[in-house]
Design a protein around this ligand. Sequence first.
Ligand SMILES: NC(=O)c1ccc[n+]([C@@H]2O[C@H](COP(=O)([O-])OP(=O)(O)OC[C@H]3O[C@@H](n4cnc5c(N)ncnc54)[C@H](OP(=O)(O)O)[C@@H]3O)[C@@H](O)[C@H]2O)c1
Length: 329
Amino acid sequence: MAGKLMRAVQYNCYGGGPAGLQHVKVPVPTPNNDEILIKTEAASVNPFDWKVQKGMLRPVFPRKFPHIPGTDLAGEVIEVGPGVQHFKTGDKVVSVVNALNGGGLAEYAVAKESVTAARPLEVSAAEGAGLGVAGLTAHQALTQSAGIKLDGTGPQANILITAASGGVGQYAVQLAKLGNTHVTATCGARNMDLVKRLGADEVINYKTPDGAALKSPSGRKYDAVIHCAASTPWSTFEPNLNDNGKVIDITPSPTALMTFALQKISFSKKKLVPLVLIPKRENLDYLINLVKERKLKTIIDSKHPLSKAEDAWAKSIDGHATGKIIVEP
Ligand SMILES: NC(=O)c1ccc[n+]([C@@H]2O[C@H](COP(=O)([O-])OP(=O)(O)OC[C@H]3O[C@@H](n4cnc5c(N)ncnc54)[C@H](OP(=O)(O)O)[C@@H]3O)[C@@H](O)[C@H]2O)c1
C-alpha cells in the first residue's frame, strides 16, 4: 500500500468543533512490527474524541497535529507487521486504535495486535465498532472496579448505572444483568422504555427530583454506581450507598479526584473510584462473543458517511446520543 492515498478526517489545532474537521487525502499508514493495517468498514465516535480536540486532555492528547481522530473501528485486515501472530490478510476484526495517535476516522488505520479481536460474520461492522471504548469501559467498570462476576456466580449486588442510554451506559446495563444484580438506571424520559428493554430492573428519569437525587424507586441502597453521566457531587451519592458502596466514576472532575484522595487517607468505607480504560484483547473477544450469541447488542444512535463526519462529531458534542454514533467510509 506504500504511496497509496486514502480519505481521512483531521484537525490542525485545538478547538473548532465540527467546523475544525478537514477532509483530506493522506498516505495509507504502514503497520509496524506488531501492528495490523485495517480497511475501515465502520468507526465509532466517542466523547473522548472531541474532548481531545477541545484541548481538555492536553498536553498528553493528541501526540501531534495534524491529528486524525477516532479510536474505535471494525474492518478487514489488509496487511500485517512481521511480528503479528494471530491475524492474516482478509480477516474481519474489531480494533481499538492507540489513542495518542488516533487514526480511526479514515479509510485505513493501523492498530496493535494486542487490542485487535477477530469478528465473526454474525457481528456487523457497526455493532463491532461500537464496542471499543464504550463496551470495554462498561466491562472494566463492572468487572474490575465493581467486582461483579458476569457469569452470575457472585453475591447479589445492587447497581446504579447513570446515563444508561449513552454509549457506555447501554452496554453497562446489559452486562450488569449477566451478573447477579439488581440494576437501577437513569436516563431521560424518551429512553426509559429502551433502557428497561436492555434489562434494567427500575429506571428513573434524571430530570425528576428523585432522578436527580439518584434514589432507587424500590428504596434500595447501591453496592456500586457505574457513573457515566456528568460530574455529580459526592453528597448526592453518599446517602444512596451501602456501607461499602463504591462509585465508579468514568469522567472524574477535579473535585471528584479530591474526594478520592481524601477518602484514601481517611480509610473511608464508601469510596469513589476513578476509572481509566485499559483496552485488552481478551475483553474485546469476550464482548464480541456476547454479541455473536445475541446476549449483548449495540444500540446505534445514527450512522454517518465519512464525508459527513462533522455531523457525527456534532451529534456527540450535543451529548444526547442514544447508544453509539457510527461513521462509515
Ligand atoms: N474513563 C474512561 O476511560 C472513559 C471511557 C469512556 C467514556 N468516558 C466518559 O464517559 C462519559 C459517557 O460517555 P458515553 O460515550 O456514554 O457518552 P454519550 O453516549 O455521549 O452519553 C449521552 C447520553 O447520556 C445521557 N445523559 C446525559 N446526562 C445525563 C444525566 N445527568 N443523567 C442521565 N443520563 C444522562 C443522554 O440522555 P439525554 O439525551 O436524555 O439527555 C444521552 O443518552 C463521557 O464523559 C466520556 O468522555 C470515559
